[in-house]
Design a binder for this molecule. Structure first.
Ligand SMILES: NC(=O)c1ccc[n+]([C@@H]2O[C@H](COP(=O)([O-])OP(=O)(O)OC[C@H]3O[C@@H](n4cnc5c(N)ncnc54)[C@H](OP(=O)(O)O)[C@@H]3O)[C@@H](O)[C@H]2O)c1
Length: 277
């Protein structure tokens, strides 16, 4: 039995869909709302809240492999519960910032979970993706309202990754041999700037989407309401305010592990165009 946490999220939903499409199972998806979750066919939706470890018992029952989205509860307790339930292998969704920006709070928290997992008694595979293409959903309301998308660092390109590529690597790590005790840095195949992302969204909508570069200060003011000061600053650093060679580098890990080229931002935009119109 494979349990996927974050089953309704960007990566977890793609992972369940890919596992199901390949006839892999049995599969279980963790959600806080099993009725509303609408998971893929033949995936058992099990209710549980990572913030309440005792609620995870039904979801963990019989599970041998776990895809873990961290920071949704006390990860140390979750790992202990998983180990006690008989989980043998955990694929952890971490972040490239562990290696590019280890001084930032969110990166340090990811490193801490990686270390907890490595000493948990279970075997592990760690995924360190760069920024997700799905972060462009931040702009969906603005695009729908036909207002200009305002973003900082307009012409700094990062090798943004399609969440389905993270899912594809997770699927291989969960189901094929050779991926225990490995850490994978995951990026898309090419760098793309915010300006180019907005143009790609416009291309899929068949109209020009206006774009206006904004200052870091203005972006911070808007983001800090939802994310808080520290995380807003960290996000701004890693999306253009404090880039370094390792963050800009394109890695071929996705194609090496999955055998398929990494998906493009344009593909993500075209698959998600309904969110923008
Ligand atoms: N965005 C980026 O650029 C980026 C880059 C590198 C790493 N990451 C990492 O990626 C992770 C997020 O992945 P994602 O984008 O695939 O996730 P996501 O789309 O944000 O979805 C997370 C899912 O977790 C579930 N959830 C939330 N609180 C929960 C709780 N208390 N108990 C159980 N489930 C809960 C929600 O499902 P229900 O509502 O159905 O319960 C939700 O669908 C984060 O750890 C982040 O650090 C992100």
């Amino acid at each position: 039995m494979i349990l996927v946490t974050g089953a309704t999220g960007n990566t977890g939903s793609a992972l369940l869909e890919e596992l199901r499409a390949r006839g892999i199972g049995p599969l279980r998806g963790l959600t806080r709302d099993a009725v509303g979750a609408r998971l893929p066919e033949r995936v058992e939706a099990v209710e549980g809240d990572l913030a309440r470890t005792e609620s995870l018992k039904p979801a963990l029952d019989g599970v041998r492999s776990l895809f873990l989205v961290p920071h949704l509860g006390p990860d140390a307790e979750t790992l202990i519960a998983a180990r006690q339930a008989g989980v043998e292998h955990v694929v952890l969704l971490s972040s490239i910032t562990v290696q590019t920006h280890p001084h930032l709070g969110p990166a340090a928290r990811n490193l801490a979970v990686e270390q907890l997992l490595k000493t948990s008694g279970m075997t592990w595979t760690i995924l360190r993706p760069t920024q997700f293409a799905s972060n462009a959903l931040w702009w969906a309301d603005t695009v729908r309202a036909r207002e200009p998308v305002r973003a900082p660092f307009a012409d700094i390109g990062l090798p943004t990754i399609h969440p389905a590529d993270i899912a594809s690597v997770a699927r291989v790590a969960l189901t094929e041999p050779g991926h225990f005790r490995r850490t994978y840095t995951l990026t898309g195949a090419a760098r793309i700037t915010p300006r180019q992302q907005v143009a790609a969204i416009g291309q899929t909508l068949g109209r020009e989407v206006p774009f206006a570069e904004t200052s870091r200060k203005e972006a911070h003011r808007r983001m800090s309401t939802a994310l808080g000061d520290e995380v807003a600053d960290a996000v701004l650093d890693v999306t253009g305010g404090d880039v370094n060679d390792e963050l800009l580098k394109v890695h071929d890990t996705v194609s090496r592990i999955t055998g398929a080229p990494a998906r493009t931002f344009l593909q993500w935009a075209s698959e998600n165009s309904a969110a923008f119109c």
